[in-house]
Design a protein around this ligand. Sequence first.
Ligand code: MN
Length: 290
Amino acid sequence: MRTSWGSATDRGRVRALNEDSLLAYPPVFLVADGMGGHEAGDIASRLAVEEFSQLLGHGTATVEDVHACFHRTAERLAETVGGGRVAGTTVAGVVVAELDGGAYWLVFNIGDSRVYRLAAGELEQISVDHSVVQDLVDAGDLSPAEAAVHPERHVITRAVGGGLPPEPDYWLIPAGPTDRLLICSDGLTSELTDAVLRSILLEREDPQQAAHELVRAALSAGGKDNVSAVVVDVARAQRTADVESTADAGHVRTAAPDADGATTWDDAVDGDTVPRPTGPAGTRTPEVLA
Ligand code: MN
């Protein structure tokens, strides 16, 4: 599957540094939002990009490949940022994957950067935030509207760094011939509603123009945080051909890396979205969206 893409990032109108980093080149597209201050966050997000860059030039990547990148990022971060300093980074993104000859998006996430898919004109958030407010929404104690203005809305519950092994979530989605993916840091989604994201993604056909316009709109809305956007399309020349290769993609599997990085494959019900488990944080299993 061929992709076309665009990306944009900006320090914003308030922050002194841009601690976001991004990577956009097949088969990997991601955003990392570093935290820690005093350049530690900048280092953390750049280390993630450096490690995931090892996937560049491969036609596809597997969940084991991605999992290894997360672990190498955490290891290098522990070596690089010592002396009692705390540094970490979110990482959200997608790699192009192949399963039984079909093209898939392997979506991954730690933290509150996000992956969305625009398909058939509808925008759907694929990743699930690791945040205090997401936990409250999951528990039924907070509405999504209340979450958007909650004082703890920027507090995340998982990150790469901080001395703990990384715990990414994964989703494996059959790639549709007209899919457009948006990967972004919270500096975008804290300024713009999903309705605004959708309208910009629908209006701007060129992925670079779309990414640029998304960031510009976030700056106009306040730009209180660093803001980054990556837009990935299935390349148009490929779209007709890919209808055939993905039309029979109903047989979906979940990929669940176990503790030592090996993968177990479990057949899911054809075409069904697997509900997210509601156990305590850290026990979520990968889900499949079809
Ligand atoms: Mn941010």
